[in-house]
Design a protein around this ligand. Structure first.
Ligand SMILES: C[S@@+](CC[C@H](N)C(=O)[O-])C[C@H]1O[C@@H](n2cnc3c(N)ncnc32)[C@H](O)[C@@H]1O
Length: 280
């Protein structure tokens, strides 16, 4: 079968929001060629082996598996990240966190950046690549996720400490944790979906541990602010990605732990509350 026939025939079978692009990506992966190749050689015939390989990838997509898991990679903040089903696929809206921190860092010069729940490493690696100066730390409860984050850091030649444990706990155990935490920006895209949102069938391929924030979606925010209060932590700033209806409740939690801090909500491009920024 020729490349142009595969593109035409298989894209008609997909119910995805971007069927042509999906088939292009799957065929590029099969042939191990860039997308441009498909349009430069539309009449080239695929071998039986190539077609069977393509069909295997295609059937995964047909069952709804995200294209990023099939390709094994996802772009975030202009960088390429390895992903697999043990990590959340980095979302474009999370790029807002990186952008806001970049701006803040220019004027406040934090010495350290701490990413809680690092997943693939997208946030901390994008920060390290763009800011260059500073010490970069990340925590994560899932061992397979930490493994992917370390591989991504190595690929991007980024130096960061990846620590296994619950939210800030592994950092608090470090010898110089007092100094690190006082001079740091804490950033997190914690699991924040509630018991209804988690039922969305499009999320079934991603780890529940990365998405579900308990019945009201706030479980991890409570735990995080409890740690702040318990250890009397005074970071320079906290940047959190949140669900569109969580800002008021998170503000209350933050106020109990850090009554003297300022609180700002930032909307995403769709006009939804997306970030809370808590500053000293
Ligand atoms: C929403 S994902 C974010 C992943 C990544 N930071 C990103 O933005 O693409 C949340 C991450 O938090 C991790 N996580 C869940 N509970 C945790 C805990 N108690 N302590 C540390 N990390 C946790 C999950 O394994 C997952 O990788």
């Amino acid at each position: 079968m020729t490349i142009s026939k595969i593109l035409l025939q298989y894209s008609k079978l997909l119910k995805s929001s971007s069927p042509i692009l999906d088939v292009e990506l799957l065929l590029s992966k099969t042939l191990n060629k860039p997308k441009e190749y498909l349009y430069s050689y539309p009449e080239k015939k695929s071998t039986a082996f190539q077609l069977s390989k393509f069909k295997k990838l295609f059937s995964r997509r047909l069952k709804g598996e995200p294209i990023a898991y099939i390709l094994g990679r996802k772009e975030f903040y202009g960088l390429n990240f390895k992903v697999n089903p043990s990590v959340l696929i980095p979302r474009p809206e999370t790029e807002l966190l990186v952008e806001e921190i970049k701006q803040f860092a220019i004027s406040h010069r934090p010495l350290a950046f701490i990413d809680m729940g690092v997943g693939s490493g997208a946030i901390i690696i994008a920060l390290a690549k763009n800011l260059k100066k500073g010490n970069f730390y990340a925590t994560e409860i899932s061992s397979p996720a930490i493994k992917i984050a370390r591989q991504n850091a190595k690929f991007h030649k980024v130096k960061a400490d990846f620590l296994k444990g619950n939210l800030l706990e592994p950092l608090i155990k470090l010898k110089n944790s007092d100094f690190i935490l006082r001079t740091s920006i804490i950033v997190a895209n914690l699991p924040y979906l509630n018991k209804n949102e988690i039922k969305n069938p499009t999320l079934k391929f991603e780890p529940r541990l990365a998405l579900y924030g308990g019945p009201d979606g706030l479980k991890y925010f409570r735990e995080f602010f409890n740690q702040i209060q318990k250890y009397k932590l005074q970071p320079l700033a906290i940047f959190l990605e949140i669900g569109h209806n969580q800002a008021t409740k998170i503000k209350k939690l933050a106020y109990l732990a850090l009554p003297k801090y300022k609180f700002k909500v930032k909307k995403d491009l769709c006009g939804f509350d997306r970030l809370v920024i808590i500053t000293n």
